[in-house]
Structures are given as structure tokens and as C-alpha cells.
Design a protein around this ligand. Sequence first.
Ligand SMILES: Nc1ncnc2c1ncn2[C@@H]1O[C@H](COP(=O)(O)OP(=O)(O)OP(=O)(O)O)[C@@H](O)[C@H]1O
Ligand SMILES: [Mg+2]
Length: 478
Amino acid sequence: MNKLLLIDDEEDVRYSIQRIIDSPEIELVTASSGEEGLKLIPKIKPDLVLMDIRMGGISGMETLRRIRQLDVKLPVILMTGYSTTQMTIEAMKLGAYDYLLKPFDVPKFKEIIANALKAARDMRQVVSYQPLLESEDYELGIVGRSEAMQQVFKLIGQVAVSDATALVTGESGTGKELVARAIYHHSDRSQQPFLAVNCAAIPEQLLESELFGHERGAFTGATLQRIGKFEQCNKGTIFLDEIGDMTPATQTKILRVLQNGTFERVGGNQPIQVDVRVIAATNKPLEAAVAAKQFREDLFYRLNVVRIHIAPLRERREDIPLLVNYFLKKFAHEQQRPPKSVASNVIKLLEKYHWPGNVRELENAIRRAHVMAKSDAILQSDLPPEISGQGGSGAPPPSATIGARGDDAAALARQLFQWARRDPKLKIIPAVERELVIQALKETNNNQVHAAKLLGITRATLRKRIDKFGIQRELNVK
Ligand SMILES: Nc1ncnc2c1ncn2[C@@H]1O[C@H](COP(=O)(O)OP(=O)(O)OP(=O)(O)O)[C@@H](O)[C@H]1O
Ligand SMILES: [Mg+2]
């Protein structure tokens, strides 16, 4: 349950927002002035504040300043009309999370709320490494007893106490984001903000402005000045996820921030100084991108000061029983029920499977089994067929048909691409490759970012394949 504090002096606005939000996951508390809001915050401990910038009594600006003193990790979203946009921009420099222009665009409104709630969770839910699994209480954290994970824990501990840039690498679903958050929570900056930016999810031309902001008129559509994440996150930690997907211009700017802490907003010429710690992650082999001149070598070395590589799950199978146990506790905790148990033959099957989707896939399989299980024990028949059926030694089940079920196709596609990547001699038959690309696009409703991720290839490669195979016509892809 998320708690949202709405501060607005107009009853009509409070009422209409109440109606827009109306969600069982969000509890809304309202205040009619900045003073009242400030009194409520320590009492109700909201996860998010939504506030009008122009109010009677103390202004929205002053309220924001005091909220930041009370709790820098509390995201504040401002509601603003065009006449107050200049004020809003000043507020963003003070660390407001985002703003909403009146009248509200409801889908945008919901998106911003959801993003801010995720940011609040990232900052609050402490990720411990090596959580005590024996304790009765479920503790959120990174689980692993393998040599490889012990090494990861050691590195988290070392890098957390320094201010060095860290690069977290590993296949999709290995826990890179979790590691990034653990570093933040154990660093000297843990009492300052943490903002995550998924570089692959933001269109290329917008990423630079998202990170560094832009001046008014910097490009078509830039009707207002915008403050970027680096400026908003001053003194804090920024997590650049999927760093492999970046234009050369953005790479150059990141390099400069890392070197001397300065940048200019897009279309601006005044250098801005910030103090931000950067943690980056990627599931792509950056070395190869450097060799192919797609990624700046100097930036790579700058990011790679401390490298934390997370091994794929199939290379540390001894972590599987521990993870299963952890996820069972986690789901039991979420549902307020006693945890289910797992038959020992089921654990054996789980240990044998090749886990192309790594820990995320394991988590999903256990989640599904937890729902499927009719008794208080999880049985073989509760597992997805690719795990229970053939179990297998890492080869896809012979009868797997692409498109039979979303997960199967996705897992198979990833596995094939991973094989092909590891062994250049193994050429995927183009027809199969074409089928996989089509399948991935269908699965993701033609979302190229998601499809590329599913296939474990870059978006650029995906586009090349779409062209090569003439898939546009078939799927109406742009
Ligand atoms: N060692 C671990 N212990 C507990 N949970 C884990 C572990 N590793 C991963 N997870 C869980 O698996 C899921 C995927 O992890 P995460 O999002 O950090 O992966 P990722 O490497 O960032 O993946 P992607 O490259 O796809 O973004 C999350 O729900 C995370 O909590
Ligand atoms: Mg991730």
C-alpha cells in the first residue's frame, strides 16, 4: 500500500485528483495548506507528495524547501499551470521529482505517479547483501552462497564505502539493479537521493535531455526549460541502467560529468556543476561495443573503475535452493500466509534447468508455482513444462514450438542468441532467426526496446534484422 499526500488549497482540485487516483494500492491523504502538509508528513510518513505550487499561506516553493529538509528521499511532484512554470523549474533545481501541467493528462499523470513511487521504493527499501535467511523475518536482499556471489558481496562492500563509479554487468535477470541499489544503500550517500534512468527505455533523442535537461527552444517541442536528472540528483547517486544504448553525444557528456562534474543543458552554454555518484549497468558486452567503435573507449574505462560482474545462474547452481527458499518466503510475506514447501525432486529439476532468464526467470517460475500449487507443497506438476518436462542439460526441449507460450518462445530465443554469441561458428539458420525476431515483436506488441531485450541483442541489431528480413511489411513495424 502506497501513501500519497496531496497538498492543495482548492477543494475542487483535491476532489478531482481523488477521482483520478482511485486505486486500491494507493491511500490518499489530503492537506489544504503547506503548513498542514508539513505537520502531517512526520505523522503519516507518505511515500509521495503531490502539491500545488501556488497556494495561500506558505508557498509551494517554501513548502518544498522544508520538505527537503525533513526528508530528502520523499519525492515531491508539483502541480502547475503555465503561468507558474518558471517557478516549477526553480523547484526542480531544489530537487522536486517532477511536475504535472494543469489540466492533467490522465495517462501521463498515472505514469508520473508510478515512476515516483518506484523511485521512493528504490530509496527506502534497503537492499542488504547476504541477508540472514535463517531468521524468521523475511529480509529483502541479494541472496547467494556461491563463490561468485560471495565475490560480488565483497565488491559491493568495497565500492559502497568509496565514491568510485561502478559498472555492474551480467546477463538479463541476474540482479544488476539489485546490486546497484545495494551499493547505494550502503554508501555514504544513502541519505541522499537515488534516481534510476533506464537508458534503453527512453528514445535516443530524448535521453540527453532527460539526463542533462534542456533550455527553452533547444529543439522543436522544447517549449519549456527542463531540468535533467543529473541536476535534480545533486549530492545523490544516479543509476544509469542499460548504458550500452546511448548516442555519441550523450556518451561525451557523461564522460565530462564523470571527469569534472560539469555539463551544459541541451541548447545551453552555461556550465553546471554537480556532485553525483554514478553507478552504471549493462547486459551487453561493452568491450565489444568499444571494439566496434559504438561506445567510447575513454568512457568505458572511466565507468569500469570498479567492475562487478554477476555470473549467470546456470554457472552458480548452488544458489538455486537458497533463492527458491528466499522467494517462497517473499511471496508468503506478500500474501500474509505461511510459506509453501518444495518437494526435493522439484529442487533437483530446478537445479538442472539452464535458466536463460536467470534469477528473474526463477522468481517468475516460483511465483507461478506458488499460485498453481493446490496444497501447501509445490510439486513437479506446478512447474512450467520446460522445467518439469524435459528438465534437460541446457538444451531446449526437442518439442518446443515457438509461440506455443510466451515464456517458452522468449526463453528459447534468448538461449539461441546466447549460444550464437558464445560460439561464433554456430550460425543460427536465418529462417529461424527471422522467426524469432517476428515472435519477439509479436510478444512485445512491436515494442522494439522490449523485443531486443527479449532476444538479448541491441536495438540497433534488431532494427538491422527487421530490415534484412523485410519484417516491416509483415508486422506493420515502423
Ligand atoms: N541474488 C538475488 N537474490 C534475490 N533476488 C534476486 C537476486 N538476483 C536477482 N533477483 C531478483 O530477480 C529479479 C531481476 O533482478 P534485476 O532487475 O536486478 O536484474 P537485472 O540484471 O537488472 O536484469 P535486466 O538486465 O533484465 O534489467 C528482481 O526481482 C530481483 O529482485
Ligand atoms: Mg535491470
